[in-house]
Design a protein around this ligand. Structure first.
Ligand SMILES: Cc1cc2nc3c(=O)[nH]c(=O)nc-3n(C[C@H](O)[C@H](O)[C@H](O)COP(=O)(O)O)c2cc1C
Length: 420
């Protein structure tokens, strides 16, 4: 990947150095541009030493490498445009993105090389905000970020915790360099012309659960949920296409099953728990997309309950089911990656997802907001937030479940093989 990094002024500029270093180590060709202010935090010499290429900070400056990325021959002539670097980039990452630079990008200002390049970019632009928590929470900054997203910019939300400035905590922390690089790599991979999916999961055993469990009340009635199984089927198909050995535990799914996938059919939460217990030890990745009942009727009857008469029920007593994911997390062996799914309502969805991630000791959780009727349950599309245990958060804007599945697998792969 040809990665162009635009660095703006903030203490987290030092993390851009580390991001550049990791990218170079991963074999990417990296060039860096800096805002004048950012050079007061980290100098050009450091970026130049790490990337092995000149660093630009002004549109009036001649590029000694004439627009070439490391590893490429330097052209005989200087490019006509000062935008040669961004024209040739696969991904343009602005990190850290200061509140000031974000405001300028949202307004379409082009007053330095970093902002001008963003305006001229035809490649994907990724912006990673980093600032004081009050600056981040300010409606002006939030509005600017929404504007950028509406313009198609990928915004990597900052993490929460200790901020770079001494003694400060809150939301505004630049994600770790590994996470920044992973987002850029994912985006660059999606841009690559299709030559069939990469076989990056060849031989990896992936266990997927899909659908919704049904808990019997009597011989014909049950308590169920609206999960169609589409998300799990998309995960299974995507994993298989990338070379994985896939086992799919299907709870009451009537849709067609992808080819080349081993299927285990279940109905109740109990059966699903038993199937998972059986299959889990043999997998490297568990994707728990099934909607498993939290409660079941405590005394299901084996015949059909009558509408009238002494047998007619006026209430159904419930008892909790086993928490399948927590039980599996307790039995995990090193190297296994567990990814859960959370269907939550409204604005608190992300916080509830994060809480579930920690309580169930998962590696990542995929949260979708079920207050929206157009996505999620029984829909072809989904819009999710993926939260990983290492702090990475990826918002996947509304997309086909197939595209969401691809990103979930990218994250599973990343968590399986953390950057060195
Ligand atoms: C010590 C120090 C730390 C700063 N840290 C940040 C920061 O983390 N995020 C931010 O948005 N601005 C930060 N600023 C303010 C920016 O440097 C300032 O808004 C500047 O105009 C940004 O310019 P640029 O966006 O062109 O790089 C900091 C300023 C100082 C003096």
């Amino acid at each position: 990947m040809r990665l162009l990094i635009g660095v703006s002024g903030g203490i987290a500029a030092y993390k851009a150095l580390e991001t550049a270093r990791l990218a170079v180590r991963a074999g990417h060709a990296v060039r860096v541009m800096q805002t004048p202010t950012s050079m007061r935090f980290v100098g050009k010499a450091s970026f130049a030493a790490i990337t092995g290429a000149p660093v630009l900070s002004s549109e009036f400056e001649q590029d000694p490498a004439r627009g070439a990325y490391p590893g490429e021959p330097v052209p005989d002539r200087a490019p006509i445009s000062h935008l040669a670097l961004v024209e040739r980039a696969d991904v343009y990452l602005v990190a850290p993105a200061s509140a000031n630079t974000i405001a300028k990008l949202a307004a379409g200002a082009a007053d330095n090389l970093v902002t001008t390049a963003a305006l001229a970019a035809s490649c994907p632009v990724v912006v990673a905000p980093a600032m004081n928590n009050r600056m981040y929470a300010h409606p002006a900054t939030q509005g600017n970020l929404r504007t950028l997203e509406a313009h198609g910019v990928e915004v990597i939300p900052p993490g929460e915790g200790e901020l770079a400035s001494y003694g400060e905590r809150g939301v505004g922390r630049l994600p770790e360099p590994e996470a920044l690089l992973s987002v850029c790599e994912t985006i660059a991979a999606h841009r690559r012309p299709a030559a069939g999916p990469a076989q990056d999961l060849a031989g990896v055993r992936v266990l997927v659960t899909a659908g919704g469990t049904r808990e019997p009340i009597d011989s014909v009635r049950y308590i169920g949920n609206r999960s169609s199984g589409r998300m799990g089927l998309a995960l299974a198909a995507a994993a298989r296409a990338r070379g994985a050995e896939v086992t799919l535990i299907l709870a009451n799914v009537s849709l067609p099953v992808p080819e080349g996938v081993r299927v285990v059919r279940v109905e109740t939460a109990n059966q699903l728990a038993a199937a998972c217990a059986e299959e889990f030890p043999g997998c490297e990745v568990l994707l728990m997309a099934a909607a498993v009942a939290d409660f079941r009727p405590s005394a299901p009857v084996e015949h059909k309950l009558k509408k009238t008469g002494p047998d007619a029920p006026n209430k159904v007593e419930l008892e909790p089911t086993e928490d399948v994911l927590s039980v599996l997390a307790d039995r995990r062996r090193p190297g296994q990656v567990l990814i859960g799914f959370a269907a939550e309502h409204g604005s608190g969805a992300a916080a509830l997802g994060r809480e579930k991630l920690e309580r169930k000791r998962l590696d990542a959780i995929v949260v979708n907001d079920i207050s929206r009727a157009d996505i999620g349950f029984d829909a072809e599309e989904n819009e999710v937030l993926i939260i990983a245990r290492d702090g990475l958060q990826r918002h996947i804007p509304r997309a086909a479940k197939r595209a969401v599945a691809a990103e979930v697998l990218n994250q599973a792969q990343r968590l399986r093989e953390p950057a060195q």
